[in-house]
Design a protein around this ligand. Structure first.
Ligand SMILES: Cc1cc2nc3c(=O)[nH]c(=O)nc-3n(C[C@H](O)[C@H](O)[C@H](O)COP(=O)(O)OP(=O)(O)OC[C@H]3O[C@@H](n4cnc5c(N)ncnc54)[C@H](O)[C@@H]3O)c2cc1C
Length: 215
């Protein structure tokens, strides 16, 4: 479950990164809190996500305990852990109305899991989870950077362009330093498109410079 500073769920947690990040960016302070319980290993396997988050699936599949998976965040105090949701809310800094809203929201989320229907945001039933099994975990998140959406403007041969679109001879840019490939969207469902873009462009430039291709 993801909630904002007011303890209120604000999105379908099953949406791609960019949609989630934009929604989170519109919340108070631009931050959100991720909460899960001791059943996380089973939940993560059932969610069957793809892309870089599949790293968690793989660790759970080989039996890594959730405590070990979260060890660094817990040790550094970035992630909080508690025996009850009430205690977790305190540790995460929810106070007053926000704390009550957080507890009410968790209860509502549990009811939606029982009914297997997310009637607030339409999350798929197989990606709903309950928050009932202690210990409970929570962590605050802000913006995150997976790839750059700006950078040097290039042509089809990765040659860097001047502001007037003329080629700068001998200067190439591939991967994250090249610009506009993901302008406005980072399509998570095309898994590997960022690292794939980098290696494809890099290989293309290498072949050009080796004389294997004509510019
Ligand atoms: C957490 C995370 C998850 C991701 N998951 C995915 C995914 O599932 N699928 C996907 O396609 N993409 C994913 N990405 C994005 C993808 O990893 C990047 O887009 C890709 O690695 C960019 O490759 P690159 O070669 O352009 O840049 P980089 O991989 O950043 O390589 C740049 C290299 O240049 C070196 N360097 C920097 N400055 C200098 C210097 N002055 N001199 C010499 N060397 C220097 C750096 O050390 C680095 O090794 C993810 C990114 C992150 C952060």
């Amino acid at each position: 479950m993801k909630v904002n500073r007011n303890g209120v769920r604000f999105c379908n947690e099953s949406t791609p990164y960019d949609i989630l990040c934009f929604q989170a960016g519109r919340q108070p302070g631009g931050v959100f809190c991720q909460v899960f319980d001791a059943n996380a290993p089973e939940d993560i396997l059932r969610f069957a996500t793809i892309g870089c988050s599949a790293f968690a699936n793989q660790m759970m599949a080989v039996g890594m305990p959730i405590e070990e998976f979260c060890a660094v965040a817990l040790e550094q105090g970035v992630m909080q852990k508690a025996d009850t949701l009430d205690e977790l809310a305190d540790k995460l800094g929810f106070e007053g109305d926000a704390k009550q809203a957080f507890l009410d929201q968790a209860e509502r989320y549990n009811q939606q899991f029982d009914a297997q229907v997310d009637d607030d945001f339409g999350k798929e039933a197989y990606r709903l989870s309950a928050l009932r099994q202690a210990p409970f975990y929570g962590c605050w998140f802000g913006g995150s950077l997976l790839t750059t959406i700006d950078g040097l403007q290039i042509n089809g041969d990765c040659q860097v362009l001047r502001a007037d679109n003329s080629v700068i001879p001998g200067l190439y840019a591939a991967g994250d330093v090249s610009g506009s490939f993901f302008s406005g969207n980072y399509p998570e469902y095309i898994v590997g498109c960022a690292s794939g873009r980098s290696s494809t462009q890099g290989r293309h430039v290498a072949r050009l410079l080796a004389g294997d291709l004509k510019a």
